[in-house]
Design a protein around this ligand. Structure first.
Ligand SMILES: C[S@@+](CC[C@H](N)C(=O)[O-])C[C@H]1O[C@@H](n2cnc3c(N)ncnc32)[C@H](O)[C@@H]1O
Length: 202
């Protein structure tokens, strides 16, 4: 099982496809809301099987999809190939080691549905800071801190258990402790928010 891999973040297994697709029918709109702009060097951190990666690749100059689980990365590779997308590289590794995994500085690091499971969040933020260009952005997409039984998709409660969910305030405190600055919080209905950070205040 992927969750047996050393360093695997808690409760971040890739969900089954049917309900993920129902929850995220428009990945490009999510990326637009958290500030992905065209022509950027991007990283999809904890990319999973690449639900968001094609939309990042369509906007970015280049994207690197990084995940600790080589099987989901192979699925991502297949998805992008099927879509005729070639401006994406795939790197297997632990997100804490981002500084050693990213081939070049990034304008935009995207991390969806994984930050809740990171044990040392300031450490992760420091790793992201290390690879960001001076005005680069780190966009986190998190489940809202609502009871799991309330966040139903296709008739069933979904997402990480209630105790693992982070409020925007908890997310901001953890990331700012790692040296990044909050730019804005955006709502991503029905159950998520985006927290966007920058390397500098300008
Ligand atoms: C819930 S999935 C979300 C995937 C994708 N971001 C999305 O929203 O569709 C979380 C992903 O994080 C990956 N992951 C877990 N621990 C990791 C780590 N330490 N470093 C890199 N990836 C990790 C898992 O393998 C999984 O594919």
């Amino acid at each position: 099982m992927a969750s047996d891999l050393p360093g695997f973040f808690a409760a971040t297994e890739m969900p089954s496809a049917g309900w993920w697709q129902a929850l995220w029918p428009d990945p490009a709109a999510v990326l637009n809301a958290v500030g992905l702009t065209s022509g950027t060097e991007a990283i999809d951190l904890c990319s999973g099987d690449g639900w968001f990666t094609p939309s990042i690749a369509n906007a970015a100059r280049h994207v690197v999809a990084i995940d600790i689980d080589r099987n989901v990365l192979n699925a991502a590779r297949h998805r992008l190939h099927q879509n005729g997308i070639s401006n994406c590289d795939f790197v297997t590794g632990d997100a804490y080691e981002l500084g050693n995994l990213a081939p070049r500085p990034a304008d935009f690091v995207f991390m969806a549905n994984a930050f809740h499971g990171v044990p040392d969040r300031p450490r992760l933020a420091r790793a992201v800071r290390e690879v960001l260009k001076p005005n680069g952005c780190f966009a986190i997409v998190n489940w809202h801190q609502r009871p799991r039984e309330e966040t139903t998709v296709l008739g069933e409660p979904r997402g990480p258990r209630s105790q693992l969910r982070l409020s925007p305030k908890q997310t901001v405190e953890a990331v700012e402790a790692g040296g990044l600055l909050l730019a804005r919080i955006v709502e991503l209905p029905p159950y998520h928010y985006g927290a966007v950070f920058t390397r500098s205040s300008s």
